[in-house]
Ligand binder design. Structure first.
Ligand code: UDP
Ligand code: MG
Length: 321
């Protein structure tokens, strides 16, 4: 088993691949750790798979390839790479030479200082300012605020992870960028280092402005999963109770006004508002209860623990059944 696994999603990057593998070798060959790279061909229509096949023949020990039948997206490619990678430490990076493998040794050193995740930060990002860099800066600010995990560059693929903090969740949609949030929720120690970023030399970017919208939508899911997935009633029930409370306040006001100045309760539009709020609140509480049942099915059917352990002392590895 290698110490280190590089996972690289590849979609139509034929011109970059040879150079990429060369620069990985010159960065990692001097290291004492053993390493492998898992390149996931995400249904490329160009010669990427052909080139990967040739490269894999030259280096059967370190270069592994997973090839998708069609394009499933970068996140799915990364998820597949994780399924096949064997290293205790995982490095994610892009195939397009925008990330620089020369940064990896420095990031590994940082990891050795006792971190579980070292996140790359493309401080001098070489992408279009209006469609990429600016929206991404705003998204990073928002994600940091909402999740409480403060990183400058969620979108930078180049990050180094300890295997343990990647276990226990699956990646959907555009969610690979949220791995630090999930990792934080299982108690990972996270830090950030500046990394180099190069303009895209070959091929073209697969993304535009619309990805920012997807990222914002994913943020809702991630926030919900991380903060409430084991106690959904706190969110649904909490907002339900707030609505019912609002409804009660309005009814109280109507009642007092009826007593003091004989204005009809039923005739007031506020009465309808109060009824509506009550129904909405009651529904929210019920929805919370249904969510609680779902959560129990989720954790108990798969015997997933609701906690994560760093280590145990004087205990064998498996807990008694
Ligand atoms: N990628 C992929 N599947 C896709 C889109 C992209 O595997 O559907 C890969 C792509 O080959 C590259 C990485 O994901 O290695 C990042 O893509 P890109 O460079 O287009 O994104 P950007 O750097 O512009 O954010
Ligand atoms: Mg790129």
């Amino acid at each position: 088993m290698p110490d280190l696994s590089l996972i690289i999603p590849v979609y139509n990057e034929e011109e970059s691949l040879t150079q990429l593998i060369e620069s990985i070798h010159s960065a990692l060959d001097p290291l004492s750790q053993s390493w492998e790279m898992v390149l996931v061909d995400d249904g490329s229509q160009d010669n990427s798979l052909k080139i990967l096949t040739q490269l894999a023949e030259i280096n059967p020990k370190q270069l592994r390839v997973v090839s998708f039948r069609r394009n499933f997206g970068q996140t799915t490619a990364i998820a597949a790479g994780l399924d096949y990678a064997k290293g205790k430490i995982v490095v994610l990076l892009d195939a397009d030479l925008q990330n620089d493998p020369a940064d990896i040794p420095m990031m590994l050193e940082k990891l050795d200082e006792g971190y579980d995740l070292v996140s790359g930060w493309r401080k001098r990002r070489k992408d279009n300012f209006f469609t990429r860099t600016l929206p991404s800066a705003m998204a990073n600010w928002l994600i940091s605020r909402v999740t409480g995990v403060h990183l400058h560059d969620y979108g930078c693929t180049l990050k180094v992870y300890r295997r343990e903090v990647l276990e226990g969740f699956r990646l959907y949609g555009e969610m690979h960028r949220f791995i630090p949030v999930f990792a934080n929720s299982v108690g990972a120690k996270i830090t950030e280092v500046q990394v180099k970023h190069h303009p895209r030399k070959y091929g073209k970017t697969k993304y535009g402005l619309n990805r920012t919208i997807k990222v914002i939508l994913d943020l809702f899911t991630v926030k919900f999963l991380v903060s409430y997935s084991s106690k959904p009633i706190y969110l649904f029930g909490g907002s339900g109770l707030a609505l019912i409370f609002g409804s009660g306040l309005i009814l109280f006001f109507l009642f007092v006004r009826r007593v003091l100045s004989a204005i009809s309760v039923l005739g007031s539009p506020l009465f309808q508002v109060a009824v509506m709020l009550f129904i909405m609140g009651f529904q929210a509480v019920l929805m919370g209860l249904i969510a609680e049942m779902l959560v129990r099915t989720y954790y108990e059917s798969q015997r997933k623990p609701t906690y994560r352990i760093r280590k145990t002392i004087n205990l064998s590895k498996t807990k008694s059944e």
